[in-house]
Design a protein around this ligand. Structure first.
Ligand SMILES: Cc1cc2nc3c(=O)[nH]c(=O)nc-3n(C[C@H](O)[C@H](O)[C@H](O)COP(=O)(O)O)c2cc1C
Length: 189
C-alpha cells in the first residue's frame, strides 16, 4: 500500500471487535509514529493503554462523571467496552522558549494521525473518540493525569467489522482551501 492508498482507504471504524494489536505490535507502531513532525523533538505526549478490565475502570469513572439515572450510568460505563483496546492520548505540554503549547498540541496530533494510518495499514480499525467526559476529574483521576496534563480522548482500536463499511465520503472542494498572494488560485484560475 502506498501513502495515497492508505490515506484514501482509512476510515473511522466505529464497530470494532477483538482482536486488537498486542503490546509488542503497538510499541512498534508507536515507534514509527514518532517520526511525525515535532518541533524541538519534545514528544509532548504519552499514551495510556487500556485493555480488559482497565476499560471497566475507565467506564466507572466516566459514569461517575456523567451522573444521571442508573440506566444512563450503565450506558456510559459500557462505552469503553466498544473496542478491545483503548489508547488514551495524553498531552504533556511543558514550558519551552520556542515551542508554545499549541505547537505541542499540533505535534501530538501529527503523531496520533500517523499512528492511525499505520494501524490502518496493518489491517486494524480505529476511531478517535472524545466527548464531554474526556477530561472530567474522575476520568483524569483513574488515568493518573498530572495537573499539567490533558486527556485528548481515546483511540478505540480493534478488528473492523467488514460487513459494515463506512458510507462514502462526501466530495470535498480542495480549491476553496487554497489561496495565493500573487497568482490567482481557485475556481476559474
Ligand atoms: C479530535 C477528534 C475527535 C473525534 N471524536 C469523535 C467522537 O467522539 N466520536 C466519533 O464517532 N468520531 C470522532 N472522531 C472521528 C470523526 O468523526 C471522523 O474522523 C470524521 O467523521 C470523518 O470520518 P472518517 O475518519 O471515516 O474519514 C473524532 C476525530 C477527531 C480528529
Amino acid at each position: 500500500m502506498n501513502v495515497e492508498q492508505t490515506v484514501l482507504a482509512r476510515r473511522s471504524a466505529t464497530r470494532l471487535t477483538g482482536p486488537g494489536p498486542d503490546d509488542r505490535e503497538l510499541a512498534e507502531l508507536v515507534e514509527l509514529a514518532m517520526t511525525a513532525p515535532d518541533h524541538g523533538r519534545l514528544s509532548p505526549w504519552r499514551l495510556v493503554v487500556l485493555r480488559g478490565d482497565e476499560r471497566r475502570l475507565l467506564g466507572e469513572a466516566m459514569a461517575e462523571a456523567a451522573g444521571g439515572e442508573p440506566a444512563d450510568r450503565e450506558r456510559t460505563a459500557a462505552k469503553p467496552l466498544r473496542a478491545p483496546l483503548l489508547i488514551t492520548v495524553v498531552l504533556c505540554p511543558r514550558d519551552h522558549p520556542k515551542v508554545p503549547r499549541w505547537e505541542q498540541l499540533a505535534a501530538t496530533v501529527c503523531a496520533v494521525q500517523t499512528l492511525i494510518l499505520l494501524l490502518h495499514e496493518r489491517g486494524w480499525g480505529s476511531v478517535w473518540r472524545t466527548g464531554a467526559l474526556t477530561d472530567a476529574p474522575p476520568v483524569r483521576g483513574v488515568l493518573g493525569l498530572a495537573d499539567t496534563e490533558q486527556s485528548l480522548g481515546w483511540l478505540y482500536v480493534g478488528t473492523p467489522d467488514a460487513r459494515r463499511p463506512a458510507a462514502p465520503r462526501p466530495p470535498v472542494d480542495a480549491r476553496s482551501k487554497l489561496s495565493s498572494l500573487l497568482a490567482p488560485v481557485g475556481p476559474g484560475a
